[in-house]
Ligand binder design. Structure first.
Ligand code: 1GP
Length: 249
């Protein structure tokens, strides 16, 4: 099984560096816009492009991934809401288990549907513990997955989930407040998860500026993800500042 992308993430982190990933939701862009925004993200300093969404309204997923892939030299990683969001043009995919929930479809069901297609596409699956964190309102992931998020004031519960995922062999932990979250993942929770696991910690959802990114890094995050920031009218400046906060941490 391929593991070049996971190995390069692990190598970066073991050198003491942090990563910045930019998430593109294919519903938000035409193919040409997606390619342009991906290129812009790369030139701002993004280390990888994530592509996916909880629920898609457009029917151009595969083409979108292929347009983005042609536009950038950094890895393109799928962040699929379900087993239909797959594309052979990507380098890897986060093989997400929604371990904060108890919905069997998000723990194994979608994985079984996706596995033969992933094998055929030849993309690298990266087993990732996806943990949804309460963020002030119902997120799309919460609604679509029919699961409850982790209580934001109970970091020890989050740590137990992350540790269980590490024991199960997962390669990454993703602490997710949800796209456009009012409140991002609390630093206390990141700190406690960091003290329990050695695998890299991704943090995303509601990170809107460099100060917020720095707060997550100080708490122990290894990879910062932003999505909505790029839709901001000064999105390029904000992404540049976030990338620089990550690189110079
Ligand atoms: C990635 O869903 C997030 O984890 C992206 O969230 O759009 O709020 O940056 P934002």
């Amino acid at each position: 099984m391929k593991r070049a992308i996971l190995d390069s993430i692990l190598a970066t982190i073991s050198r003491g560096s942090k990563c910045y990933w930019v998430l593109l939701d294919p519903d938000d862009f035409t193919l040409e816009e997606g390619a342009r925004v991906a290129e812009e993200s790369q030139s701002c300093g993004a280390d990888a492009i994530l592509i996916g969404g909880s629920l898609l309204y457009t029917n151009h997923f595969d083409k979108f991934v292929s347009f983005v892939k042609k536009a950038v030299s950094i890895p393109v990683i799928l962040f699929p809401g379900d087993a239909t969001q797959l594309s052979a043009s990507a380098d890897a995919l986060l093989y997400l288990s929604l371990v904060s929930g108890r919905n069997p479809m998000n723990l194994i069901g979608e994985h079984v549907k996706a596995a033969p297609v992933i094998r055929e596409c030849g993309i690298e699956p990266i087993a990732t513990a996806y943990m949804l964190v309460e963020s002030g309102s119902v997120s799309s992931v919460e609604f679509m997955s029919d699961t409850r998020p982790l209580p934001r004031n109970k970091p020890q519960i989050a740590a137990a989930h992350a540790l269980a995922a590490q024991y199960m062999g997962m390669g990454l932990v993703y602490l997710e407040a949800g796209s456009g979250a009012q409140q991002s993942v609390p630093p206390e929770m990141i700190k406690m998860v960091r003290s329990y696991v050695e695998i890299p910690i991704i943090v995303g959802g509601g990170i809107r500026d460099a100060a917020a990114a720095r707060e997550k890094l100080e708490a122990g995050a290894d990879i910062i993800v932003t999505g909505n920031v790029l839709k901001n009218k000064n999105g390029v400046t904000l992404m540049r500042e976030i990338a620089s906060a990550v690189k110079n941490f």
